[in-house]
Design a protein around this ligand. Structure first.
Ligand code: SF4
Length: 476
């Protein structure tokens, strides 16, 4: 058992994320007080105690009969590093991302590049301070260098717009997003669309009055193509009108589920200037699709991709998930090869994350929750195949509860990297987000900080308290 007491509360959250990396190796007990710590700390256990010591932090770590104390600086990274080293020594497993538990590791590289550090020094710091594995350092630095021409110099008048359509035809078993089942909540869709369009006009007006402009639009969800062709026409016509006079560099619709995509809807998108769409198979294995609650077949994906290619969009992205229940390395290779035959310009490789609110959290077996190198091998095999087709990493992020503590990586051919995705991850540009559950990010690049402004998550709250949403938009 790992018994922990953290005196200085400000470290509790980040350290609890770090402890999760070792959860498979040890039961973890967090003691609220020092007395509780000593009551629980037994002969078989490993103990870890953090106490304030003037300007410094005293860390005591070790087995019951052999603990050692040291004083370290109270700086966040230093504390995490020392705790990680103690746990690694006790429980052996290495995390590919070392002490990094945050969502956006590439930001660290951008910050070091901004400070004028040389790449050799950056790599050294990533290895020694953060304990990141060499292949992940390669990925981080490759992504940062590919992103920089798209993100710098920061154009602080440019704003991206995100519109959320929080409806899906069925619920995927791994999903923890508060999406609404079309069969149950579809009756609200027309009303929702009216409100979303009103929020769109209102927000773009605010953006103009602030002397800024929109140059990038992303319609995501949920599944935006749960809208009928007529509803899609209404929304995109409103976007055309609201955004008139702006030069839009990228316009994405995350079509997502092939069972909702029709040639009529694609024609509407094409007519209104959508130039990037996502068709998301997740896997080309029919048994897995069935198990995760996606009501489409691999052949549906192929049919939709033929339609998409015939109508012609600049960029088509396809999302895959590595580590889906029951899948092997061979399945991952098969899926990657099969989607490469469909010639997407972009592919996003996700690692399965089993979130608490997802149905899969109740269904997955213990083996399916463990990576044990399996998912890393899948990501590596898919990476090799994609690179062989000239599709290379351009953005990445991490989530909690990912198998093997791995990552999600967006790949694209040259000229097809998504501006929205890079801006979203690196938090140097303002994103104004509309719709239920949408979260705007107002960035202050000179101060290297941003503020989040969240809309209500629930559909009913969004509809019934819409005036409050517009009030918040005024503050933005
Ligand atoms: S399509 Fe996406 S948002 Fe909808 S249920 Fe599946 S994972 Fe969730």
């Amino acid at each position: 058992m790992l018994v922990v007491y953290i005196g200085p509360e400000r470290f509790s959250y980040e350290l609890s994320l770090l402890f999760e990396l070792f959860a498979a190796k040890a039961d973890i007990v967090i003691a609220d007080t020092k007395e509780a710590f000593f009551e629980r700390f037994g002969i078989e256990d490993f103990g870890l105690m953090l106490e304030p010591a003037g300007e410094q932090i005293k860390i005591t770590a070790g087995h019951f009969d052999q603990t050692e104390s040291s004083l370290i600086s109270a700086e966040n990274t230093e504390v995490k590093r020392r705790v990680y080293e103690a746990l690694e020594q006790a429980y052996a497993p290495r995390s590919p991302w070392g002490i990094l538990v945050g969502v956006r590791p590439v930001k660290i590289v951008h910050e070091m590049l901004d400070q004028g550090l040389m790449m050799t020094d950056i790599r050294k710091a990533l290895a020694e301070t953060y304990h990141i594995q060499t292949d992940k350092i390669d990925l981080l630095t490759e992504v940062a260098l590919r992103e920089r021409p798209h993100l710098y110099p920061v154009e602080d008048k440019a704003v991206s717009l995100y519109l959320c359509i929080p409806f899906c035809p069925t619920r995927c078993s791994y999903c923890s997003f508060p999406s609404n089942d079309l069969a149950k909540k579809g009756k609200h869709l027309p009303d929702y669309l009216d409100h979303l369009i009103e929020e769109l006009y209102f927000s773009v007006n605010q953006i103009r009055r602030a002397g800024k402009y929109v140059d990038c639009v992303y319609i995501g969800g949920g599944t935006p193509t749960t809208l009928s062709a007529e509803q899609m026409e209404r929304l995109l016509k409103a976007a055309d009108e609201a955004l008139s006079g702006f030069k839009i560099k990228e316009f994405t619709v995350e079509a997502g589920r092939p069972d909702t995509i029709t040639s009529e809807k694609l024609e509407v998108m094409k007519r209104h200037g959508v130039d990037r769409i996502c068709v998301n198979p997740q896997t080309m294995n029919p048994e897995t699709l069935d198990r995760i609650g996606r009501r489409h077949s691999p052949e549906d994906i192929e049919k939709v991709m033929h339609l998409v290619k015939t109508i012609g969009f600049k960029t088509v992205n396809m999302d895959l998930i590595m580590g889906l229940p029951g899948e092997t390395l061979e399945d991952a290779v098969y899926t990657t090869n099969r989607i490469l035959e469909l010639a997407p310009e972009s592919v996003t490789l996700h690692t399965l994350a089993i979130k608490r609110a997802a149905r899969l959290n109740r269904e997955a077996s213990d083996d399916e929750r463990e990576s044990d190198g399996r998912v890393e091998a899948m990501l590596n095999a898919a990476d090799t195949l994609l690179r062989h087709h000239g599709i290379t990493p351009y953005y990445m992020y991490r989530q909690k509860k990912m198998l093997g503590n791995l990552e999600n990586v967006g790949y694209a051919k040259p000229g097809h990297a998504s501006l929205y995705n890079m801006r979203m991850m690196e938090e140097r540009h303002t994103i104004v987000a509309l719709g239920a559950g949408a979260v705007s990010k107002i960035c202050f690049p000179e101060e290297n900080r941003h503020e989040r402004v969240a809309n209500f998550k629930g559909l009913e709250d969004y509809l019934n308290r819409f005036d409050e949403i517009l009030e918040k938009k005024k503050e933005i």
